[in-house]
Design a protein around this ligand. Structure first.
Ligand code: TLP
Length: 346
């Protein structure tokens, strides 16, 4: 098999040798009976890291967000989310399809936030014509907004606005540790204002599978039933959770290296004629590359050329935009080789 430099996403990360060893040795039980000690340990560690009472190991970030929405909302309720949010764009419409929950989308600002006045204006009056406004979702870091981190202060303002109207706040913190490292604060600080938070073990943290949904004890008990309903009750899941434990113990602080490499990649790509970037100084581990009109190629064509001629894989966002994501398996040499591939391909 050819050896690719894979910058399509941090979801492509393979487990580290320490994770494989922990998986092989994990103590196991039936988690649907609550008897898998490794899952229980991971859920407890995750809850502590998020500053919440309890955690629930789920198969993916998508499942974590879906379970959270179904736990907070009933059929005919409305959830406010960003137009560029992962929950709106990339989760197969699960909240509507499976929960009968109505998405109300609002513009995302370039920094990933949603304007407070937009949220306030979107809240429904108590009137039988309208769905009931029940939940707000924020995303941190914000994927489509260039990996931008939302501050704890902004999140607090949204939580307090939501609270004024009896709504809850869910945080899609798939990359909350990237946000914490970027801002120099703890993930618990960022999650504190939210009623619930999902974070992913299988992105920059390198675990092969899984996310954890965290919140208060009663919320997680209800979420556990919904996870079962969705087919997400996993049995000897400790074999996966073991990698998650290593992810939390060993892989969080090093995310700063991925951010440094994203800046390095961006600053070099920005020097190539015809290339411009969403952020010349990317705030976390994502680099969004725009191809100017002078480049006679679509993003798709460029991605194919990078793959076939240079063994470099990148994500295609739109006709003229690519996304490159740094992660544990991208070292300084891979960054250099990717830049060289762009220079030659263009
Ligand atoms: N994001 C993936 C793709 O689905 C786009 C990626 O390559 O970035 N929330 C956020 C903010 C995400 O970026 C993702 C995955 C998820 C949730 C869903 O996680 P999974 O893939 O575990 O369901």
């Amino acid at each position: 098999m050819k050896k690719y430099i894979d910058l399509r996403s941090d979801t492509v990360t393979l487990p580290t040798p320490a994770m494989r060893a922990a998986m092989a040795q994990a103590e196991l039980g039936d988690d649907v009976y609550g008897e898998d000690p490794t899952v229980n340990r991971l859920e407890q560690m995750a809850a502590e890291r998020m500053g919440k009472e309890a955690g629930l190991f789920v198969a993916s970030g998508t499942m974590g967000n879906l379970v959270a929405v179904l736990t907070h909302c009933g059929r005919g309720d409305e959830v406010i989310m960003g137009k560029l949010g992962h929950t709106f764009l990339f989760e197969a419409g699960g909240v509507a399809a499976l929960g009968g929950v109505h998405p109300h989308t609002l513009p995302n600002q370039p920094d990933g936030s949603i304007l407070l006045e937009d949220i306030r204006a979107a809240v429904r009056a108590d009137n039988p014509h309208f769905p009931v406004s029940r939940l707000v979702i924020l995303e941190n870091t914000h994927n489509r907004c260039g990996g931008a981190p939302l501050t704890a202060e902004y999140t607090r303002q949204v939580a307090s606005l939501a609270g004024e109207y009896g709504m809850k706040l869910h945080l899609d913190g798939a990359r909350i540790f990237n946000a914490a490292v970027a801002l120099g604060v703890s993930a618990a600080d960022l999650a504190a204002p939210a009623d619930s938070v999902t974070f992913c073990l299988s992105k920059g943290l390198c675990a092969p599978v899984g996310s954890v949904l965290c919140g208060e004890g009663g919320f997680i008990a209800k979420a556990r039933r919904l996870r079962k309903m969705l087919g997400g009750g996993m049995r000897q899941a400790g074999v996966l959770a073991a990698a998650g434990v290593v992810a939390l113990e060993e892989m969080v602080d090093r995310l700063a290296e991925d951010h440094r490499r994203a800046r390095q990649l961006a600053s070099k790509l920005a020097q190539i004629p015809g290339v411009s970037l969403k952020h010349v100084m990317p705030p976390s581990n994502m680099v969004f590359v725009n191809l100017d009109e002078q480049i006679p190629m679509t993003a798709d064509q460029l991605a194919n050329r990078l793959k076939n001629d240079f063994q470099v894989l990148v994500g295609v966002v739109s006709q003229k935009q690519l996304r490159l994501v740094t992660h544990y398996w991208i070292d300084d040499e891979a960054v250099e080789r990717a830049v060289l591939a762009f220079e030659r391909a263009l």
